[in-house]
Design a protein. Structure first.
Length: 226
C-alpha cells in the first residue's frame, strides 16, 4: 500500500515533554521513515513507517504557555505503519480525528497531504523507558466547536512532507539525529531513495490559506478537519 494511503521518538534528555492531558495541536510535518524492522512478542516484521509531528498550543497547570526556552511550541510525534487496513492504528486515529469512518472510496486512496495543517486535540500520556520519560499520543480527537468559535491560534511551524523517494536534504538535516538514523536504516535510503509509492511532492508553503484564516467561523464550514 502506497503512502497515498489505499510509536514516539526522543533522543535528547533535555527535551521538554508535553504534559499529560488533552492539548490543542496542529500537524505540521509528515516524515517518510521507510521500511523499519519491528518486533512484537517474538515476531519480527518489516513494515513501511511514517511519522506525524504536531505542535502543541496551550498552557500547563502553572498557567504558563507550553513553549520551549526559545518560545517555540512544544512538539510531539507518533509513528504509524503505512496502512489503512481495518486494524491499522493509522486508520483508527485518522477516523477518530475526523469524527467518522472512511468511506469505501476514500480507503482506496487517501492523500496524507490532507492532514497537514489540520488541528486536533491530542490525549497525551507519559511512559518510562530506560530511565527517561517520554510523551506519548494516546488518542487524536477533533477540535470541539467551542474552541473553533473562540478562534484557533496562529500556527508556528511551516508545513512539510519528507519523502525518501524525493528527499529534501535541507529538511533532512533539520531532523534530530534519532530521526536521521532511523531513516538511514531503511533499505530505501540505502538504495539511494527507491520509490515507496509516495508520489507526493514536498509541501513548502509556510502559511497556507487554511492556517491564516482570520474569521473563526470559517473553520465551522465543514465538520471534518480533512
Amino acid at each position: 500500500m502506497s503512502l497515498t494511503v489505499s510509536e514516539n521518538s526522543g533522543n535528547n534528555s533535555t527535551f521538554i515533554q508535553v504534559p499529560v492531558g488533552m492539548h490543542l495541536a496542529m500537524c505540521y510535518r509528515i516524515i517518510d521513515l521507510g521500511t523499519q524492522q519491528t518486533e512484537y512478542q517474538g515476531t519480527v516484521k518489516h513494515q513501511p513507517k511514517v511519522m506525524f509531528q504536531f505542535e502543541v498550543h496551550g498552557e500547563g497547570e502553572d498557567g504558563k504557555p507550553l513553549v520551549t526556552p526559545q518560545g517555540d511550541p512544544l512538539s510531539v510525534s507518533k509513528n504509524f505503519t503505512l496502512s489503512l487496513g481495518e486494524q491499522a492504528n493509522l486508520r483508527k486515529d485518522l477516523q477518530t480525528w475526523r469524527g467518522r469512518e472512511f468511506t469505501a472510496e476514500e480507503l482506496k486512496s487517501f492523500d496524507l497531504k490532507a492532514v497537514l495543517g489540520a488541528w486536533c486535540m491530542l490525549s497525551i500520556t507519559h511512559r518510562e523507558y530506560n530511565g527517561k520519560t517520554y510523551s506519548s499520543i494516546a488518542n487524536i480527537n477533533p477540535v470541539p466547536v467551542a474552541i473553533k468559535k473562540a478562534g484557533l491560534p496562529t500556527a508556528h511551524n511551516p508545513l512539510k512532507i519528507f519523502s525518501i523517494a524525493n528527499a529534501d536534504m535541507t529538511l533532512f538535516e533539520s531532523f534530530s539525529t534519532y530521526i536521521q538514523d532511523k531513516i538511514k536504516s531503511s533499505p530505501q535510503w540505502e538504495s539511494n531513495g527507491h520509490d515507496l509509492g509516495w508520489k507526493q511532492e514536498p509541501v513548502t508553503s509556510s502559511q497556507p490559506e487554511s492556517m491564516t484564516k482570520t474569521d473563526p467561523m470559517e473553520d465551522l464550514e465543514s465538520d471534518l478537519p480533512f
